[in-house]
Design a protein around this ligand. Structure first.
Ligand SMILES: Cc1cc2nc3c(=O)[nH]c(=O)nc-3n(C[C@H](O)[C@H](O)[C@H](O)COP(=O)(O)OP(=O)(O)OC[C@H]3O[C@@H](n4cnc5c(N)ncnc54)[C@H](O)[C@@H]3O)c2cc1C
Length: 343
């Protein structure tokens, strides 16, 4: 085990915030994790788990121990006589590389989740989702290390309590369970999910593909093209994707709001008595799109994406996020919840 002191974290977070960690350890396996946790226990240090840092905002130097998850490996298990394939990937694998690896091997399902930055181990934390698909649809089980009980456990899909950008790992078990690997149930069938309207339009209009004949490769290509055209690359402009979740409100409340704001867009949720409101629309109406305040700001095309123009601090970004929340609350009475973890 190697524990480093005063490590610069600016390359380990996609906002490119300059900050450091008092202690830092790269974790390659359970033995290394247990040693690092012993070290922290002896010195009464707090720990945080870090993947690729694409959903974290550091607002200060971290005084505890950063456990940087680096476990690697992918195993594929096909069930005889079935289309189903179990893919087990270690937590430190890159998510997008797993998506491309599966696609190249004729294993389908993850195409809509292409190009989401980050690690495999972080994917269940907020039940990553995009273009009409969420991770929970494929999750078979996760292996975790329980830091309190000091043992390795497996959890099935139900135990993860997935919801929209949420899971038990973000709530009751926050910072208690280290995800070691994730097993996904995928398929060799070439069935695709083109339910998301913007994806459908792109396939039909830009790529001139007939929806009935669309292949997983075409869905993958479409998702990559759309994402590259819409989202800033963190290597060029620090960001963490959507900073806020889309709020979910009751249908009753929505009707009241719509009587005041007839153009308010509304999307269905899994339950009939609630609807989802696009946070980006609320922020755009509140005048945030493209605003620049000092070294930070809101992306020119995406009012949900906060950006660091280079020298911005985590506190500047947090202040901006709070001002955005306050203005939406004052205008619409809706509280925006951060999707990004603030440290
Ligand atoms: C340009 C851009 C676009 C994005 N688009 C999307 C999108 O379309 N959909 C979407 O859902 N998200 C999106 N995101 C957010 C981000 O990519 C995901 O949340 C991703 O899963 C974060 O992975 P990470 O490894 O970077 O996690 P980190 O940022 O390192 O960590 C995120 C959280 O997970 C915890 N964590 C990390 N690894 C583990 C582990 N092994 N065990 C336990 N806890 C762990 C951390 O403690 C932290 O709380 C986007 C981000 C960016 C920058």
């Amino acid at each position: 085990m190697s524990i480093q002191r005063n490590v610069d974290l600016s390359c380990f977070n996609s906002f490119n915030i300059s900050c450091s960690s008092s202690y830092y350890s790269e974790i390659y396996n359970v033995a290394g994790l247990e040693n690092a946790l012993d070290f922290a226990r002896q010195r009464k240090l707090e720990c945080i788990i870090l993947g690729a840092g694409s959903n974290i905002l550091f607002t200060c130097d971290y005084q505890g121990l950063v456990l940087h998850i680096k476990c690697l490996g992918i195993d594929i298990e096909s069930a005889d006589g079935s289309d189903k394939v179990l893919v087990k990937a270690a937590a430190g694998e890159n998510w997008h590389q797993l998506v491309t690896y599966c696609l190249a091997g004729g294993i389908h399902g993850l195409e809509n989740l292409a190009l989401i930055p980050g690690t495999v181990g972080a994917a269940p934390i907020q039940n990553i989702g995009a273009y009409g698909v969420e991770l929970e649809q494929f999750l078979h089980q996760v292996t975790v290390y329980d830091m309190q009980r000091q043992q390795v456990l497996t959890m099935n899909q139900d135990a993860c309590e997935f919801a929209y950008r949420d899971s038990v790992f973000k709530r009751e078990q926050r910072n208690q369970l280290v995800i070691l690997d994730v097993t996904l149930c995928l398929s060799r069938s070439t069935e695709t999910n083109t339910s998301y309207q913007a994806l459908q339009q792109f396939l039909e209009q830009t790529m001139a593909v007939e929806l009935a004949k669309v292949t997983p490769r075409q869905v993958f290509d479409a998702v990559c093209l759309i994402r590259r055209s819409k989202l800033p690359d963190p290597k060029q402009l620090g960001n963490a994707g959507s900073f806020f979740k889309n709020p979910i409100i009751s249908r009753q409340r929505c009707q009241l709001l719509r009587s005041q704001f007839p153009n308010l867009p509304v999307y269905p949720t899994a339950t009939t008595d609630e609807v989802k409101i696009p946070a980006g629309w609320l922020l755009e109406q509140a005048g945030w799109k493209g605003r620049k305040i000092g070294n930070v700001g809101v992306h020119q095309e995406q009012s949900l994406v906060l950006v660091n123009y280079g020298q911005g601090t985590g506190l500047e970004l947090l202040e901006l996020a709070r001002a955005m929340q306050e203005s939406v609350s004052a205008l619409y009475g809706i509280d925006l919840e951060a999707e990004v973890r603030v440290i």
